[in-house]
Design a protein around this ligand. Sequence first.
Ligand code: 5GP
Ligand code: ZN
Length: 142
Amino acid sequence: MNKDGNCIFCKIVDGIIPCIKVYENAKILAFMDINPLSPGHTLVIPKEHAENIFDISPEDYALISGIAARIASAINKSLKPDGVNIMQLNGKAANQVVPHLHMHVTPRWFGDGLTISAWEPKPGTMESVKENAELIKAHLQF
Ligand code: 5GP
Ligand code: ZN
């Protein structure tokens, strides 16, 4: 299994750094975030080291998403939040701090004061929106 000796999350997978585990299978580990943005904040990671979404197959990414959905459902039943954010950051410009792919499952409550999904919508110019759609479509691979 691909591991990075300097990676905090690889060390968690190997049990060198402890974690509060919620779920694991052969490929995936889910554990509590040590700095929870809200009560119940859980991280879902591949056991194999992958830096970000560009370093993992879409199939393995789907497996991680599936576990995140099950964790979200368990959070919804147990902690009864008003909502849940699923976040997965790729690259420093996207505020990714730990360079081992992880999906955040973050329960939300009205008035919790978190600003993680509080952006101001600004209309785009249709010309550049269409132009970007064409660029993306030209590079889609299946
Ligand atoms: P990022 O900004 O990279 O998406 O978020 C990294 C997350 O990992 C942060 O929410 C941070 O609190 C969490 N984290 C960093 N180090 C540790 C650790 O040693 N143990 C646990 N459980 N979470 C960690
Ligand atoms: Zn790693």
